[in-house]
Ligand binder design. Structure first.
Ligand SMILES: Cc1cc2nc3c(=O)[nH]c(=O)nc-3n(C[C@H](O)[C@H](O)[C@H](O)COP(=O)(O)O)c2cc1C
Length: 145
């Protein structure tokens, strides 16, 4: 099975750590949206899309990349996120569905968040994603193959 992981991780590298753990479990390449074309996306059996959460949404670079993909039948996809607080996966799942993907599962994990007022206390979820979170990411990925 050919797997690709598309990831935007700009704040602390939290999502990239999760993406790399999943990538290792799946034998998948991890790329940023700008490193892959729509045509290349079509060559994969399973594509993961993930980022941190900013103002309650996935990162705009990830959303814009998906919106720019031509509609049409596509393969399977999964969604993952790191965030300070619990996150709703529905909007991203529906966006991918509108581009023809079948979203098979989602994964989210709490991670270091130093947004504005939280910075005063050094952030929340310090040290995360930790080894347990990365093990959970690997275990999640293993269920997809
Ligand atoms: C400007 C900004 C806005 C954020 N907004 C949210 C939010 O609305 N909800 C949330 O749960 N976390 C929020 N966070 C926390 C990030 O989602 C979290 O730190 C995430 O792990 C960052 O991922 P990254 O290091 O891969 O970029 C925000 C962080 C920043 C810097």
């Amino acid at each position: 099975m050919k797997v690709l992981i598309v990831c935007v991780s700009v704040s602390h590298g939290n999502t990239r750590k999760v993406a790399e753990a999943m990538g290792a479990a799946l034998g998948a390449r991890v790329v940023e949206p700008e490193e892959v074309t729509a045509a290349e996306i079509g060559e994969y059996d399973l594509v993961g899309f993930g980022s941190g959460i900013f103002s309650m949404a996935f990162h705009p670079r990830l959303r814009e990349f998906i919106k720019a993909l031509p509609e049409g039948p596509r393969g399977r996809a999964f969604v993952f996120a790191t965030s300070g607080f619990p996150v709703l996966m529905g909007p991203m799942t529906r966006l991918l569905g509108r581009r023809g993907f079948k979203v098979v599962d989602t994964f989210s994990v709490r991670a270091l968040d130093t947004f504005a007022p939280l910075k005063l206390v050094g952030g929340i979820n310090k040290g995360r994603p930790d080894a347990g979170d990365l093990n959970a990411a690997r275990a999640f990925a293993a269920t997809l193959s």
